[in-house]
Ligand binder design. Structure first.
Ligand SMILES: [Zn+2]
Length: 209
């Protein structure tokens, strides 16, 4: 099955771009984080295994990820857009072996811009509504529009946490970037513009009108 892959650090907007693309070309959007959370919430067999791994502070093993993906594929869809997969070289090799990879889009964001973006994110601890000081500010500063609770910043959006994520991203993703580049599959898209501009560039790279 034909697949398109989005790579990019958290905050690069890859989830948003993957979703927009799936709406445009009707490919199935597979976000691994969402899949894992859904399985845990459903307390499925896989979900229970995933939860015990995460609870122990470990990364979910590749085999479990592959099982999760193959059980989630909708055969009626003409293709798949992966978001959050592959993360490791083993996963990337599995992908190349089992799927026809059309393009890998790397959304490139500088650390500085990521910090500004993620530092602007706000959450409601009560109703879970999300805001962004830059793009979706609450009507009253730091107060949830929906339920009136005080908004908070997520711990993992602190500058230290963001820097750590960049280090992990470099460590994990550089080998994948090299691999996809060798196969002439990688296309780089700067991710510091507006959602619309980035999406237009993504479509251009994929030769879509
Ligand atoms: Zn709220």
């Amino acid at each position: 099955m034909e697949t398109i892959v989005f790579l990019g650090i958290q905050g690069s907007g890859k989830g948003t771009q993957a979703l927009l693309l799936s709406q445009k070309i009707h490919y199935q959007h597979i976000n691994i984080g969402d899949l894992l959370r859904a399985q845990i919430a459903a307390q499925s067999d896989i979900g229970k295994r995933v939860k015990s791994v995460i609870d122990a502070g470990n990364l979910v093993q590749d085999d479990l990820i592959f099982e999760l993906i193959s059980s989630s594929i909708d055969p009626a869809c003409p293709g798949i857009i992966f978001d959050g997969f592959p993360r490791t070289k083993v996963q990337a090799e599995h992908l190349l072996e089992h799927f026809r990879v059309k393009t890998v889009i790397l959304l490139e964001l500088t650390e500085k811009i990521a910090q500004i973006r993620m530092g602007a994110r706000l959450n409601c601890p009560n109703c879970k509504a999300t805001y962004n000081k830059l793009s979706k500010a609450p009507k009253i500063d730091m107060i949830c529009d929906e339920c009136g609770s005080n908004l908070v910043q997520r711990d993992d959006d602190s500058p230290e946490a963001i820097q750590k994520r960049f280090e992990e991203f470099r460590l994990q993703t550089f080998p994948l970037i090299e691999l996809f580049e060798e196969r002439h599959l990688l296309k780089r898209v700067p991710a510091n513009g507006s959602i619309e501009d980035i999406f237009a560039e993504v479509c251009r790279k994929l030769d879509l009108k």
